[in-house]
Design a protein around this ligand. Structure first.
Ligand SMILES: Nc1nc2c(c(=O)[nH]1)N[C@H]1C(S)=C(S)[C@@H](COP(=O)(O)OP(=O)(O)OC[C@H]3O[C@@H](n4cnc5c(=O)[nH]c(N)nc54)[C@H](O)[C@@H]3O)O[C@H]1N2
Ligand SMILES: Nc1nc2c(c(=O)[nH]1)N[C@H]1C(S)=C(S)[C@@H](COP(=O)(O)OP(=O)(O)OC[C@H]3O[C@@H](n4cnc5c(=O)[nH]c(N)nc54)[C@H](O)[C@@H]3O)O[C@H]1N2
Ligand code: SF4
Ligand SMILES: [Mo]
Length: 748
């Protein structure tokens, strides 16, 4: 007997609704849920592989604990005892910063990752926090923090309504979008063009997205900030700025104009390798479009001027009056957002409240650069303690972060490491305790993070599609027990963690004049929460206090968990709407167009006007059937075009004397790798491309299929020194490399 169940896909930021077919406890197929209020049936090959992922025989079934140097199967109780015994003594002996937390990408795709990591960091009292954000979007958080006072206030392009999209360093036809949650991003781009809209793509590669565009500009890698500055300057010079209603909410316009004055199209053209006349045309088009949005992602963030580029994106949206207007770039309002407070000045955003120990790199948003993780473990400075223990949740930095070989050794030297991961991979193989979460069909799903970045306001929740199999522990419970182990109470009831959060949240809410529960009794309110377990009660609490909530009765038609459960395909909350000035938390209460730390970084950008790469540079790429470092164990998603090859322009191939498929040695500051050439004119001459997340050839892992896939770790080319200084974000694109032909025997 088969049945169906609904489940939001956790594999990328598009958050598509899936309809799973289930036989017994096995997921036999996954289709797009046509009734899903947001994704309306869209699915990609990764979502379709949900069943295979769920049933992957290499998934760990029980916790593992290291005994006499070997990882052995253990009970959950033994595992958490080992965690408590491993973490506490390190913190007591060396101080709380000697215990670090590493959070990887899937934390933004799980309920557990949305609800517990901040509690864990609090329980550990550690400032040693490293996440995937500093190999990804930290520049955008920093620019939003400085512009809007809130690092999480990220404007999202209004894809469904815009007339003009300037898309920079993103390839949504492969990635399905990022910092812009939009199921069927490809369809939305096609619809934009079909309704007469205009799409410009800026990317050194002629990607599938670029091929869909009206115009593709193959910019020189790493120079987007220059181009964007020149667009802004052109708008000023040609009197094309028009802030409209925004003007009342913006400060610093004359100062911005003066600061960017010398970045004219003529000044940046050579550095960017884009014609000055074309830059002027882009600016004029942007200004002339009835509505327009500038949107930029990985290729603009993971570069030396990532924060400046991220800032200039929203500067352009502002100068053209497109910030916070339909068809432009707007701030989504998620159902689990905090109760909106009245508009007014806030505390602003501060960088560098503390620094890393070895290179003294500034924190950003409470995090230190992932690029500094290895040195924070393996380097004594005489000042402060190295990291001696790590809690690693859903992260594989040995492949995802710069210089995996060094990190690999550093992890081996730790006194203690615990990993929460379904697989024994390049990183988790170093753990003393591995805590495996259940397969996704056995887990609930809600997108705490991505609903704050979605092109339409909506809310959806999936309960586990299949009951927890015996011996499994929900990932929410794993996280709650980690919090308790960190606090020194490993035997306490994990539900007490959620109860504490509910109590503290309500105690605060009843004191806030703008809260719908102002003045009420928190205990009485807590008793009214519904849900099967602690995490569901917390979701109910967030929904009820949130912007669409029932406010515990204040708005009887408002959202509650019960209401959401009654709508298994989700609840549509309407298109993005103007929200300013409410989201602003700057000290001035305005959009601060020229924040001091950004102004202070402009001389570095000015220097870049004169810089040209001496040799080839490398950029990354993504493939639709891959996902960072961890979907390579599924036969359905590997092989074919999803391979770790070196894209190389025919001119460069000819110069090197390399034929298609022949090996090329790529050398960078951190090491060298050899990959087969894939000769293509879809890349700029002088630029080569390797995908990341490959190179599953280390011993001691348990991912049989992945280990058999050819591929190399592109991040071995990096030594971790190249950073965007404001955000601490790694430079992963536009990195200098040397290429050499590897002699192959002539065929006889
Ligand atoms: N050169 C280069 N490097 C890059 C990038 C690039 O573009 N170029 N991109 C960067 C970006 S954007 C990112 S986000 C990072 C990603 O890098 P990481 O954050 O390290 O993420 P993944 O490589 O996806 O590894 C995810 C880990 O989570 C585990 N996992 C999967 N599902 C679950 C789950 O439900 N629960 C738990 N607890 N664990 C789970 C997987 O087994 C795997 O070990 O890589 C970065 N690295
Ligand atoms: N299939 C698949 N989907 C994914 C992922 C995956 O690994 N696979 N990862 C997910 C994650 S964690 C993230 S963060 C998102 C990322 O989503 P996207 O940002 O869309 O990521 P990419 O596909 O890497 O696109 C980045 C583009 O930037 C270009 N580029 C490189 N350097 C430069 C430059 O200097 N300037 C400009 N203008 N362009 C440049 C590259 O050629 C590439 O085409 O994707 C998510 N979705
Ligand atoms: S686009 Fe993303 S969310 Fe949608 S099915 Fe594919 S992997 Fe899942
Ligand atoms: Mo990412």
């Amino acid at each position: 007997m088969s049945r169906t169940a609904l489940r939001i896909c956790p594999l990328c930021e598009a958050t598509c609704g899936l309809t799973l077919t289930i036989e017994g406890t096995r997921v036999t197929s996954a289709r797009g849920d046509r009734e899903d209020v947001f994704s309306k049936g869209f699915i990609c090959p990764k979502g379709a592989a949900f069943g295979a992922l769920d049933a992957d025989p290499d998934r760990l079934r029980t916790p593992l604990v290291r005994v006499d140097g070997e990882l052995r199967e253990a009970t959950w109780e033994e595992a958490f005892d080992a965690v408590a015994a491993g973490l506490r003594p390190v913190a007591e002996r060396y101080g709380s910063d000697a215990v670090g937390v590493v959070l990887g990408n899937p934390n933004v795709h799980t309920v557990a990752g949305g609800l517990y990591p901040s509690l864990l960091i609090g329980a550990l009292h550690t400032r040693s926090v490293f996440t995937a954000s500093t190999v990804d979007q930290m520049p955008k958080h920093v620019s939003s923090g400085l512009l809007f006072g809130d690092p999480n206030a990220i404007p999202v392009p209004d894809l469904d309504h815009t007339d003009h999209l300037l898309l920079i360093g993103a390839n949504p036809l492969e990635s399905n979008g990022s910092l812009c949650t939009a199921p069927d991003f490809p369809g939305k781009l096609k619809a934009l063009r079909a309704r007469g809209g205009h799409l410009t793509v800026i990317d050194p590669r002629r990607t599938r997205t670029a091929r869909l565009a009206d115009r593709h500009i193959a910019i020189r890698p790493g120079t987007d900030a220059l181009l964007l500055a020149a667009l802004a300057t052109t708008l000023f010079e040609e009197k094309l700025t028009d802030l409209g209603d925004l003007a009342a909410h913006v400060q610093g316009l004359p100062e911005l104009r003066a600061a960017l004055e010398d970045f004219t199209p003529e000044a940046v053209a050579d550095a960017c390798d884009v014609d000055a006349a074309l830059i002027r045309t882009l600016a004029r088009e942007l200004a002339a479009a009835p509505t327009a949005a500038v949107y930029a992602r990985i290729g603009s963030c993971t570069v030396p001027h990532g924060t400046l580029a991220s800032w200039l994106v929203d500067v352009l949206n502002t100068l053209t009056g497109n910030l916070d207007r339909p068809g432009g770039a707007l701030f989504p309002q998620a159902a689990t957002d905090r109760t909106p407070r009245p508009a007014g000045p806030g505390r602003g955003f501060t960088l560098g409240r503390w620094h890393s120990r070895v290179r003294e790199l500034p924190e950003a948003k409470g995090e230190l650069p992932l690029s500094a993780l290895a040195e924070e473990i393996d380097t004594e400075t005489g000042q402060g303690e190295p990291l001696r223990a790590l809690v690693v949740i859903a992260a594989n930095p040995v492949l995802s972060a710069p210089d995996g070989d060094r990190l690999d050794k550093a992890l081996e030297s730790l006194d203690f490491m615990v990993a929460v991961d379904p697989y024994l991979n390049e990183t988790s193989r170093h753990a003393d305790v591995v805590l495996p979460p259940p397969p996704p069909a056995q887990s609930p799903h809600h997108d705490f993070a991505f609903n704050t970045l979605a092109v339409r306001n909506q809310v959806r929740y999936s309960r586990p599609a299949v009951p927890l199999e015996p011996g499994r522990m929900a990932e929410t419970e794993i996280h709650a027990r980690l919090v308790l182990a960190a606090t020194g109470m490993p035997k306490a009831d994990p539900g007490s963690v959620d109860a504490m959060v509910v109590e503290q949240t309500l105690a605060k809410a009843v004191k806030e004049p703008h809260s719908p529960v102002h003045g009420q009794d928190p205990r009485e309110l807590a008793a009214r929460l519904t849900g099967d377990d602690g995490p569901e009660r917390r979701l109910d609490l967030m929904l009820r206090l949130g912007p669409y909530g029932d406010g515990f009765g204040a708005d009887p038609d408002g959202l509650t968990l019960a209401r959401l459960l009654a709508h298994p395909h989700g609840i549509d909350l309407g298109p993005l709407r103007p929200r300013l000035p409410q989201p602003l938390k700057t000290v001035s209460g305005k959009v601060e167009l020229l924040p001091a730390p950004l102004a202070a970084d402009l001389p570095r950008l000015r220097q870049a006007l004169r810089e040209r790469p001496a040799g080839p540079v490398l950029v990354g790429r993504r493939h639709l059937r891959s996902n960072n470092s961890w979907l390579h164990n599924l036969p359905a998603l590997t092989g074919g075009t999803n391979r770790c090859t070196l894209h190389l322009h025919p001119e460069d191939a000819a110069r090197l004397g390399v034929r298609d498929g022949e090996p090329v040695r790529v050398k960078g500051a951190g090491g060298e790798v050899t990959a087969p050439a894939e000769i293509t004119d879809g890349i700029r001459p002088g630029v080569v491309s390797l995908p990341h997340g490959w190179g599953h050839d280390r011993p001691g892992t348990r991912q049989g299929h992945a280990a058999a896939q050819p591929g190399v770790n592109v991040n071995q080319l990096l030594d971790g020194t190249l950073l965007d200084p404001l955000s601490g974000n790694a430079v992963l694109n536009g990195i200098p490399v040397e290429l050499t032909r590897v002699a192959v025997p002539e065929p006889r």
